[in-house]
Design a protein. Structure first.
Lengths: 108, 359
């Protein structure tokens, strides 16, 4: 896979949906909001370049990236199209991975 | 070729359908698995967060005192440097003592003078008391004279009628009695005069006490020239150097007590529900990010002023939409355990704390 195609593919995996964009966007927004509310109560802070960032922000970012990786794998094994319920499956994965990372790394 | 064979000549389509249905089941399992995992993780996170309230914008604090000279003068010894550690009893600085030594000598001399004056006053009073006694003796003498003159008159006066005594003799005796009477009055007046002229010793005593107090003050001022560390401490914000003139009451540096580290965390009011004094705390100091130290909740603030109310004598009506209301924060004082390495403890360090309630 050449780098250009790789970038394109990465962007494609993160595209919320190919079928019902508005609905997925709605759920993704909900996901982010609920994650923020859930985690902001006890956010650790991480120093990045001289400023402290909340841990939930980092967790969500890593959650999103890991979800992209998992979606990539599921596409390669041909299961992506069969994930049901499609509209909340991937957002739930984002929530799960975010919280998992948060619970493992940022609770002391 | 039957219809069945026409539709599915090799059985491929049936195979495909099987594979599709197994993929559909797997997809549903994965999809719903994600949802269930997310719900479980959310429940765990919520439970953990509500039992372990956390606050990130705290600061590390310690008891601090500003050191200011109690007497003025040039600093002639300053063995300490800024940011240095000192132990209890170590010399911090020394103000030139010569003027204060002279003041002590002067006060000493004043005291000696006052004591001498006190002794003199004692002698003077003794002399005055002797005068009183002398006047009293004169009074007794005058009274004896009066008694004699009275007896003489009383003896002579009846003899006048029988002409055994002349009128002259009676008149003389009467005059003598009256003179003796006047002598008694004069002696009484002299006693009173002598008594009232006896000085009181209290004035000299008060002067001696005042001189003694002045000496004590001068000695104290001399002692104030040498300033020693009142506790184990770190020097900070040193604004003076050797030879500089230290003015009385003007702060020259700050001492940070190294045995009194605590963290002040402004917890939100909603987090104070289950928190109580003595709860264990995990503290992260950003001077050693990634390391966690133990502490305990020492106290929870009983009051905090919302920003809108500061420095105002009139009601403050903030010009803002108030459909989002920020939570009030209260300072929670967390005592740090003693095992925190001294080199990372700095007043003002950003500190994050997690209180473990219900443990």
């Amino acid at each position: 896979m050449n780098p250009c195609r790789g970038c394109f593919a990465l962007a494609w995996y993160f595209k919320p949906s190919l079928t019902c964009g508005w609905m997925n966007r709605f759920f993704l927004l909900g996901t982010s909001l609920s994650l923020t509310l859930l985690l902001s109560g006890c956010s650790c802070i991480q120093e990045i370049g001289g400023a402290y960032f909340p841990a939930w922000l980092l967790s969500i970012l890593i959650g999103w990236l890991l979800t992209g990786v998992i979606r990539f794998i599921l596409i390669r094994v041909g299961l992506d199209g069969w994930i049901r319920p499609r509209s909340i499956g991937y957002p739930s994965l984002v929530v799960f991975l975010t919280l998992l990372i948060y619970l493992i790394f940022f609770t002391h | 070729m039957t219809t069945e064979e026409q539709k599915n000549p090799t059985g491929l389509a049936e195979n495909m359908a099987d594979r599709h249905s197994s993929k559909a089941i797997l997809g549903a399992v994965i999809g719903w698995g994600f949802v269930i995992l997310a719900i479980i993780a959310a429940v765990i996170t919520y439970a953990w967060n509500s039992r372990n309230p956390r606050c990130n914008n705290g600061v590390l604090m310690a008891d601090m005192i500003g050191i200011a000279p109690r007497v003025s003068g040039p600093i002639n010894d300053l063995p300490i440097k800024d940011n240095q550690m000192v132990h209890k009893g170590d010399l911090l600085y020394q103000i030139k003592t010569a003027p204060y030594e002279i003041a002590v000598q002067s006060a000493n001399a004043n005291l000696a003078m006052a004591e001498g004056a006190l002794t003199n006053a004692g002698f003077q009073i003794a002399a005055q008391q002797a005068q009183v006694k002398s006047a009293e003796a004169s009074q007794d003498q005058a009274q004896a004279k009066l008694a004699t003159a009275k007896d003489n008159y009383e003896r002579i006066a009846p003899l006048l009628a029988k002409h055994y005594a002349s009128a002259q003799d009676v008149s003389d005796a009467k005059n003598s009695m009256q003179a003796a009477l006047a002598g008694v009055a004069s002696a009484q007046a002299q006693v009173l005069s002598a008594q009232s002229s006896v000085l009181s010793i209290s004035e000299a005593q008060a002067k001696r006490d005042a001189a003694a107090a002045s000496l004590a003050q001068a000695e104290l001022n001399l002692k104030y020239c040498t300033v020693k560390a009142p506790f184990d401490a770190l020097i900070s914000q040193m604004s003076i150097s050797r030879g500089a003139y230290a003015a009385q009451g003007q702060q020259v540096f700050t001492l940070i007590d190294t045995h009194s580290w605590w963290v002040c965390e402004p917890f939100r009011e909603g987090q104070l529900n289950n928190m109580k004094v003595g709860d264990p705390v995990t503290v992260e100091l950003k001077t050693a990010a990634g390391k966690y130290f133990k502490g305990t909740v020492e106290s929870i603030g009983w009051g905090a002023t919302p920003q809108a109310l500061q420095n105002s004598i009139l009601p403050v009506i903030p010009q803002a939409l108030d459909w989002v209301q920020l939570e009030q924060r209260f300072p929670v004082r967390i005592k740090l355990a003693d095992d925190v390495p001294a080199e990372i403890l700095r007043v003002g360090t950003t500190a994050a704390a997690t209180v473990h309630t219900g443990r």
